[in-house]
Write a protein that binds this ligand. Structure first.
Ligand code: ADP
Ligand code: MG
Length: 595
């Protein structure tokens, strides 16, 4: 769990002479820090706070940004800034956005290995001597822990300032800062410690992945899965590739060849725009395929097995989510004339049902700019998916508020260009709207469209295939300002893994956002929402406008710009705009105005 206390109002005492300018030439030095540390040795732990500031260490700058209150609290937040003259990474490795992210990722992975190998012994009570860096999953994404800004590398991490009992243990901190740290900087943040060809390979992979993603649209595809990819994961709790898995092979009919700038010719399955239905017996790998497509909105590291599984970046998993709150979402496309006369054009509830939650998830995904829906029957509300003929005769249309997705899927594609990949092994209904039908047979993909067309030809009029005009959806949801102060203090943020974001006392349940894949993204969403609510909400802008603005700022000023100086002990990782959007919609104190 990550906690942030509200920023303290009282200014920190500074032992440095007053009026001193902290410009680059006049910065405190390592020697100043050594002396300062000596002075406070054995004294009260809280005096560590006096060390807050920046120190010139020669080859790099060391900053103490936030000191923990006691030895048992979350470790202190510190930062190293390594100038180009020290790190020496050639510019070609970080010139483009994707290559920069790939290099930052490689550095952070090296840093993790280095810290693991340090094996720092417990140096005293509580978190004494603990060194913690941002963990990395299988994705290559922007993380605040390592960022190249104006050719300098910023490395942000945590050190548990050592204590003996509850007093300062200066020698132990001295060991870390003056022995371990310079060595670590050299091993992690200097080009000379790396094998040049490994970094080069890393860069080429990132550029190939970018190339594929950029090509998708013009090729009429929503995803590409390279031949040889390994889709299944080791277990429910490990995202590493499953050992001895059957590797992916595209069926001939769906096979395309891409000329990648570095890898060269690459064959694989192109998933076309339109409606793709995935069928197959239970346990034959349907959900695994869909999960890989979901994950394909991110780039994966070499060796992951999904390096060449690339999905258009707005693709969104849509599932049922009983119990979520909905705030003035227009779900009329799917739900109309409810028995309690509730208006579904501006639908609100504290406790949505399976079908209303899935409808709202879909409409909000549209609002968030999704061009592709990814749906699995395993996690869908049955009445949202289909209704058969017999049922339609028995329960009259007027008595049924739900227009199932099957009646909308085709129109959504034809009228709005929204594609769908849907896993349905239990009902043949979707065959009538499918542009592509894939079968998973013992983990192998087959194209069975022709065979399906022959069979359904035998049952004309069996399934309704409506493509009536979609109702206009009203996305104009203006966010109202709310008082987020809590007992006069700053907005307080806590997160739990990828499950919960707590803003003040209100929990946002994000565990069903399956494409929120890193606990650091949860942390970041907390701060992005805080920023949005404090600085951007003005009773006029819609959620769309605010989130566009937020990501415009990230683009322009960098991700760290929106994370407050006194941020929590977590490690922020950049989410997609979509997940920020979805999290905000689940915030039960969200207030929206509709004209
Ligand atoms: P379905 O959704 O069709 O019921 P799943 O996708 O859940 O099936 O897969 C069932 C099991 O098979 C999972 O444990 C998964 O890890 C495993 N599996 C999936 N794809 C492969 C593969 N290509 N090779 C080996 N095992 C696989
Ligand atoms: Mg399944």
């Amino acid at each position: 769990m990550v906690t942030e206390k509200g920023s303290r109002k009282e200014p920190l005492k500074n032992t440095l002479p007053k009026g001193r300018c902290y410009g680059i030439n006049d910065m405190n030095t390592k020697q100043d820090l050594q002396q300062e540390l000596k002075k406070i040795d054995h004294k009260s732990y809280s005096l560590y706070k006096n060390l807050t500031g920046q120190y010139q260490f020669g080859d790099f700058i060391f900053s103490i940004e936030k000191v923990q209150g006691d030895p048992f609290a979350a470790p202190s937040r510190v930062r190293v800034t390594i100038p180009r003259s020290t790190h020496g990474f050639p510019k070609e490795l970080y010139q483009e956005k994707v290559t920069k992210t790939a290099l930052e990722d490689a550095i952070l992975r090296c840093w993790n290995r280095e810290v693991r190998s340090l094996n720092t012994r417990q140096m005293g009570s509580g978190n004494s001597g603990k060194i913690a860096v941002c963990p990395c999953g299988q994705e290559v994404i922007e993380r605040m822990a390592v960022s190249i800004e104006k050719e300098q590398i910023q490395g942000r991490f945590l050190i548990g300032f050592p204590a003996k009992g509850r007093s300062i243990f200066a020698d132990a901190l001295g060991d870390i800062l003056f022995q371990i740290l310079p060595n670590m900087v050299k091993k992690v943040f200097c080009y000379t410690s790396y094998k040049p060809n490994e970094l080069e390979e890393n860069k080429k992979l990132a550029l190939d992945q970018k190339y594929i993603r950029e090509q998708l649209d013009s090729l009429g595809l929503i995803a590409f899965i390279g031949d040889g990819a390994v889709l299944p994961r080791e277990s429910g709790v490990s995202q590493r590739p499953l050992k001895n898995a059957i590797s992916f092979q595209s069926p001939e009919s769906q096979k395309i060849t891409l000329e990648l700038p570095y890898h060269g010719a690459m064959t694989g399955m192109g998933i076309k725009k339109g409606i793709t239905v995935v069928v197959g017996g239970g346990y034959h790998g349907k959900s695994t395929l869909l999960n890989a497509i979901e994950a394909g909105v991110y780039n994966h590291i070499k060796g992951d097995g999904r390096e060449f599984v690339i999905t258009e970046s707005t693709a969104t998993k849509i599932r049922a989510e009983d119990g979520r709150s909905i705030c003035k979402t227009d779900i009329q496309m799917f739900i109309n004339h409810l028995p309690n006369q509730k208006d579904t054009k501006v639908f609100s509830t504290e406790n949505a049902s399976g079908s209303t939650s899935q409808s709202a998830n879909m409409i909000e995904a549209l609002e968030a700019g999704a061009n592709t829906f990814l749906i699995d029957e395993d996690t869908s509300a049955t009445n949202f998916m289909v209704r058969d003929h017999v049922m339609e005769e028995i329960v009259l249309k007027e008595k049924e508020p739900i227009t199932p997705f099957i009646n909308r899927a085709k129109a959504l594609y034809e009228q709005q260009g929204i594609s769908t990949v849907i896993v349905v092994g239990s009902s043949s209904a979707y065959f009538t709207v499918a542009d592509t039908v894939l079968q998973l047979d013992s983990y192998k993909v087959k194209d069975i469209k022709e065979q399906v067309d022959k069979v359904i030809g035998k049952y004309p009029n069996m399934w309704i295939n409506t493509c009536e005009k979609l109702p206009d959806v009203d996305f104009h949801r203006k966010i109202k300002q709310i008082d987020m102060s809590y007992k006069g203090r700053d907005l307080k943020i806590k997160t739990m893994g990828t499950d919960t974001i707590c803003l003040n006392k209100e929990n946002i349940d994000v565990r069903y956002l399956e494409q929120l894949i890193d606990s650091g993204q949860t942390v970041a969403i907390g701060y992005l929402l805080k920023y949005a609510m404090e600085k951007l909400v003005d009773n006029k802008k819609t959620m769309q406008e605010i989130i566009n603005k937020l990501f415009g700022l990230i683009e322009e000023k960098g991700f760290s710009y929106l994370i407050p100086k006194g941020y929590a002990a977590g490690f922020p990782v950049l989410p997609r705009p979509q997940e920020v959007f979805f999290a905000w919609n689940r915030f039960r104190e969200l207030k929206i105005e509709r004209e």
